[in-house]
Ligand binder design. Sequence first.
Ligand code: UDX
Length: 466
Amino acid sequence: MKITLVGSGYVGLVTGACLAELGNHVFCLDVDAGKIDILNCGGVPIYEPGLKELIQQNREAGRLLFSTDAEAGVLHGDVQFIAVGTPPGEDGSADLQYVLAAARTIGRSMQGFKVIVDKSTVPVGTADMVKAAITDELVKRGFSPDPEQRRALGQPDFSVVSNPEFLKEGAALDDFMRPDRIVIGVDDSAAGQQARAQMHNLYAPFNRNHERTHYMDVRSAEFTKYAANAMLATRISFMNELAGLADAVGADIELVRQGIGSDPRIGYSFLYAGTGYGGSCFPKDVQALIRTAAEHDQRLQILDAVEAINEAQKRVLVGKVLKRFGEDLSGRCFALWGLAFKPNTDDMREAPSRVIIRELVARGAKIQAHDPIAMEECRKCLEIDFAGAPERLAAVHFVAQPIDALSDADALVIVTEWKTFRSPDFSAMKSALKHPIVFDGRNLYEPPILADAGIEYYSIGRPTVN
Ligand code: UDX
């Protein structure tokens, strides 16, 4: 099939590369000429394991191309995916300006029948806005506003489909190629049914063994994406809140997780207490759902709490540091392992490390930080976070190896659970640190092992070793 991705960011590139790998001819469009140049020179502007190789193979096979030529892109694809950003506006609602601009781009030059797929995470009701924007452009070109009439007269026609993505950063190719489920929202019109048939063909390779597609109305599909992320965020905040209580009563939240996770109604995943969730999805989607509810005069009390707990959780590790070292951290230096909001990505959006660095530096501490790939991205974020406070920015040093971060540091603070941090040489750790103290925001180690190694150990919701 011929596919166009309007937007070559994270979701657009992963979707485009994977659909090309399945044999489709994919045109990736973007308004950012710099990004398209990088892609056309064999580079990839984002980090995602395996993506660079997949893009390269499919470019070489002639199934994947990148361009800023909007008209050519729109004419190319029978299916047009809108995969542009929906950043949170000041009030927490999703900013739809890029989605609607993409819709207008399509409406300005489309011919024949197009399936328009909302791939970006968009609030319930957005498909109707996309439909209105495209119709408006068609009317400007002299075509009928009425879809029935357009079809009868052989004029350009379309149907807007909702097909939310469920990609996890760091595992996005696998999530795309081996989906748990594919959600497709279509309407009942003739155009909607034509779109459904085309989506069925496009996703047929994933449904060989058993049907994974859930067809539903458009609004339910839009809602499903938010409901899924809100549910996962709720599980995390629930466990983080219980971890605080486990600390107080002397229980071990990790044993509790295993104890409850064995109930298949609960399951083990997304129950890890930590430094709070970050990234580009959970914080934004929870806020957007709260906002949607407010627009309908409803209050989602659970999600208000989920968000508040998460904000507080980002500071829990700092609280433990202050309890141990006192409020004034001037003259202190902390090693930080892990900056990205989670492993296998360089994404620093809403990363708890940014809050932890800000809080420690504000109290006079210096930081020696290491992350396998997010250091450059972190530096850029801190330039924004510390704008107007160059002395604070200067208090953060990035080092090439985890062990370098430890030298002469008062303690180690672990923020992201990269695999390389899982089995350190504890005796080397102990000799490098000024004081053998570890604050572990990801519960990476068994407390008895740290006790044997003579390391003071503070983790989340588990007994302290001191
Ligand atoms: C998420 C969803 O998983 C994905 O389906 C959706 O399409 C986009 O949002 P992503 O943001 O890439 O994906 O990361 P994910 O692995 O879900 O982790 C999100 C955050 O939750 C991370 O900060 C992670 O550290 C945190 N988390 C996750 C926990 O604190 N505890 C857990 O048990 C799981």
